[in-house]
Design a protein around this ligand. Structure first.
Ligand SMILES: Cc1cc2nc3c(=O)[nH]c(=O)nc-3n(C[C@H](O)[C@H](O)[C@H](O)COP(=O)(O)O)c2cc1C
Length: 339
């Protein structure tokens, strides 16, 4: 049996395999109110029929000014729960577990009005200059993550992932390149970690299920974060009850990234070994053999795929054939396997 298709459990939630659909913004909330549309329901349910073990719904904004674009999904009001619950119902029906990525875009928000960040430094000249958050505003955002977690729970999600990567708000606090604060939320690694510590504590007070954090493990810039520097924070996350670190990289500052097959796997491995915590590997993972190598060599505990699952929503079948494993199929499709 391939490890890719072995069930894996966290806090009593069993994933039927180790294949995770990485969060991917669809920018399809056309009415610009954060509501789920038909597109989302079909898109996510298709990957569940395709036998993905865990589907993580795209970056979903906890505050309207924290949207990457006006078409992002939202979870800042109770009205968002119904549509999200429908995604969960449709995906769980096909045996997938379903997660949601709670997000705030920080200085990378492109919505109208003021945008917020730890420091008043624009990402580059194409983005607005953000307003430095007051301590009170930081507190409101922490509460918005907590409220988002409560709504995610009501919607029936199995997993919550906090978006701490790709240069969005949490990442902006964690990296010394974007956080130039001189108060308790900036400076030392303890201080830069403070907002994430407080978000995790608040979310954990209302969420007993699996909790993931996505990080950008490397800033690819002198003076920035590295996977080794993240080991310290990963240990704190583990102490606080985070179950898995989803290890991505880059995008907190403009930097050139040499992306090759599995280019971020080594970061997942460093954090898994250094902090003794489960990790997810992501980034140009496209074949069953590649996924199996990562898992069997204990470089990560789950593998996340993004673009390959856009090209091939039934990728788990493709990987199963490659690894010569037989996996179950919806009864309606069984004829497809009889020759
Ligand atoms: C269309 C698209 C949307 C994305 N949106 C998100 C997102 O909402 N949250 C996130 O953390 N990463 C997002 N990403 C990054 C992916 O989750 C993933 O980390 C990246 O694409 C590398 O994996 P891949 O090589 O398998 O595509 C997005 C990527 C794509 C292609």
């Amino acid at each position: 049996m391939a490890k890719l298709f072995e069930p894996y459990a966290i806090r009593g939630v069993e994933f039927k395999n180790r294949i995770v659909m990485a969060p991917m913004c669809m920018y399809s909330s056309h009415n610009e109110d954060g509501m789920v549309q038909e597109w989302h329901k079909i898109h996510y349910a298709t990957r569940a029929v395709g036998q993905v073990g865990l589907i993580i719904v795209e970056a979903t904004a906890v505050q309207p000014q924290g949207r990457i674009s006006a078409q992002d999904l939202g979870i800042w009001s109770d009205e968002h729960i119904e549509g999200l619950a429908e995604i969960v119902r449709l995906t769980q029906q096909h045996g997938a577990k379903t997660g949601i990525q709670l997000a705030h875009a920080g200085r990378k928000a492109t919505v109208d009005g003021d945008i917020q960040a730890p420091s008043a430094i624009a990402f580059n000249d194409k983005y607005k200059t953000p307003v430095e958050m007051t301590v009170e505003e930081i507190g409101e955002t922490i509460q918005a993550f907590k409220a988002g977690a409560m709504r995610a729970k009501k919607a029936g999600f199995d997993v919550i992932e906090l978006h701490g990567a790709h240069g969005y708000l949490i990442n902006e606090f964690l990296s010394p390149l974007s956080n130039k604060r001189t108060d308790a939320y900036g400076g030392s690694s303890e201080n830069r970690y403070r907002i994430l510590r407080e978000i995790i504590d608040e979310v954990r007070s209302v969420w007993e299920g699996p909790l993931f954090v996505r990080i950008s493990a490397h800033d690819y810039t002198e003076g920035g974060m590295t996977a080794e520097a993240y080991v310290e924070m990963a240990k704190w996350m583990k102490e606080q009850g985070v179950d898995l670190i989803d290890v991505s990289s880059g995008a907190v500052v403009p930097a050139k990234i040499d992306a090759y097959p599995g280019y971020q796997v080594k970061f997942a491995e460093t954090i898994k070994e250094g902090a003794n915590i489960a990790t997810g590997a992501v980034g140009l993972i496209t074949t069953g053999i590649q996924a199996e190598e990562i898992l069997k060599n204990n470089r990560a505990d789950m593998v996340l795929l993004a673009r390959e699952l856009l090209r091939d929503p039934y990728w788990p079948y493709t990987a199963a054939r490659e690894l010569e494993v037989e996996i179950s199929t919806p009864q309606q499709y069984e004829r497809g396997w009889r020759f």
